[in-house]
Design a protein around this ligand. Structure first.
Ligand SMILES: [Ca+2]
Ligand SMILES: [Ca+2]
Length: 210
């Protein structure tokens, strides 16, 4: 290096001039964006076509069913729609058939009478069920299917369904004198539940699936 040579200092701004390589990279990125855009448009169009095809298939199936060619059609060519229906004397609620029997009987006899009809003493799983059952019993205490006879304070429904919803009256179940193992509704004219001795006699509500 010759002595006394002066090198000009370079100054750089934030806007760096693009090199040829950078320009090439920008072109590649632009091409990728265009390709991506084309793919998106293509995908959206294919999606729209798929929806249209599915809708047409559904319409075709509906027409077939109405004309007697569908799997749900009956032999005479008419479309059959199954609805929950209950036999005469039974009323439907939540897909089950309920019936109140006013004959005063013990809880076990009531359960056996329900079984003879293909039913069980009614289990109650919601406020709607409870209102429905209560509306059937003519404002008298009546048996429903709850019992803790096997082990005190472990309540089971006689139809084998899980106990979730409950509507015990205040202070119940109290297992009074250690011998109350069966559940009746409408004690003291209320919609709530009470445990009582299973051998007392009550009207009862049976329930079964259609
Ligand atoms: Ca008990
Ligand atoms: Ca009680």
């Amino acid at each position: 290096m010759a002595q006394g040579t002066v090198y000009k200092s370079q100054t750089f701004s934030c806007s760096v001039p693009q090199t040829d390589i950078e320009k090439e990279e920008e072109k590649i990125i632009l091409q990728q964006v265009i390709i991506f855009d084309i793919c998106i448009n293509f995908t959206m169009k294919m999606l729209a076509v798929s929806v249209l095809v599915v809708a047409m298939m559904a319409l075709t199936h509906g027409v077939d069913a109405e004309s007697g060619n569908g799997t749900d059609a009956s032999k005479n060519g008419k479309h059959v729609v199954k609805r929950a229906t209950c036999a005469s004397g039974w009323s439907v609620c939540g897909g089950r058939c309920f019936r109140f029997f006013p004959t005063a009987t013990t809880w076990s006899e009531a359960e056996r009478a329900c079984l003879a009809l293909g039913a069980n003493l009614a289990s109650v799983h919601s406020r709607a069920d409870n209102e429905w059952v209560w509306g059937l019993i003519n404002n008298k205490p009546a048996w429903i299917g709850g019992s803790d006879a096997q082990q005190n304070n472990i309540w089971l429904w006689s139809d084998g369904t899980r106990v979730g919803y409950t509507n015990w009256c205040t202070g119940e179940p109290n297992n009074n004198q250690g011998r109350q193992h069966c559940l009746h509704i409408n004690w003291d004219g209320k919609k709530c539940w009470d445990d009582v001795e299973c051998f007392i006699r009550r009207g009862y509500i049976c329930a079964k699936t259609p």
